[in-house]
Write a protein that binds this ligand. Structure first.
Ligand code: ADP
Ligand code: ADP
Length: 223
């Protein structure tokens, strides 16, 4: 069974006004267990819109989003929020870490919010930081970390609550090419090492080639 399945997704902005933009029309995709799928399209094609819908951060005008076979589109708000917290990990181009908290705390806090005990949350956070090679940075605040280290912490935070699927929107897009290459390698090792499924948007074809499969977003549809 697919971990993530989208069918018939449509989305327009500024509906019914002269500024109406039809971003997605009849978009469909499946991500299988353990699969890492690249979502490739030029800027403005609707990658962020698609990821936000897949991650239950935005609702489509039409179509369904299913995670592990469960249709999320018809869930009541409270259950959708719970599913978003438990089932989906999100990584953005910019890290969005909380600046006043250390790397460790940024990974611990979402777990505490999910009812995990502090001791267990810290152990998991330290394990994750070790996996991405920055155990020694646990007590640093984001401003004291390099761009690549900040993104590594953001990866750990996205995995903190052991989601079913990782959604990433240009996860290394704000890094210089050499750093991007290395940090992307770390992300792939982390995802493959935990057996996680992922959908990763990029316009970098070399990065897309390192994933299992590529989906192209063109004219609001996926090929
Ligand atoms: P991508 O991530 O591929 O760059 P986006 O999903 O961010 O694409 O945007 C797709 C199109 O929808 C763009 O033309 C963008 O300007 C437009 N768009 C995105 N968000 C909004 C919004 N909240 N309101 C109006 N237009 C939007
Ligand atoms: P990304 O790098 O993810 O494609 P964008 O610059 O396209 O980011 O969009 C950043 C934010 O602004 C998103 O939340 C998106 O929905 C919103 N946005 C993008 N284009 C428009 C637009 N034309 N009008 C209003 N909001 C927009």
């Amino acid at each position: 069974d697919a971990v993530l399945e989208l069918n018939g997704i449509a989305k327009a902005y500024n509906k019914g006004t002269p500024g109406e933009v039809m971003v997605l029309r009849d978009a469909a995709l499946r991500v299988q267990p353990g699969e890492v799928v690249a979502l490739v399209a030029p800027s403005g094609a609707g990658k962020s819109t698609l990821l936000h819908i897949a991650g239950l951060l935005d609702t489509p005008d039409a179509g369904t989003v299913a995670i592990n076979g469960q249709d999320m589109t018809r869930l009541p708000d409270r259950k959708r929020t719970a599913a978003r917290r438990n089932d989906v990990g999100f990584v953005y181009q910019f890290h969005h870490l909380l600046p006043e908290f250390t790397a460790l705390e940024n990974i611990v806090l979402p777990q505490l919010a999910n009812g995990i005990r502090r001791r267990d949350a810290e152990a998991r956070a330290r394990d994750l930081l070790g996996r991405v090679g920055i155990a020694a940075r646990a007590d640093h605040r984001p401003a004291a970390l390099s761009g690549g280290e900040q993104q590594r912490v953001a990866f750990c935070r996205a995995l903190a609550n052991a989601p079913r699927i990782l959604l990433a929107d240009e996860p290394t897009g704000n890094l210089d090419p050499a750093t991007s290459d290395t940090v992307f390698g770390t992300l792939m090792e982390l995802v493959k090492g935990t057996g996680l499924s992922a959908l990763i948007a990029t316009h970098n074809m070399a990065l897309a080639a390192r994933m299992d499969r590529t989906l192209r977003l063109e004219n609001g549809r996926l090929a």
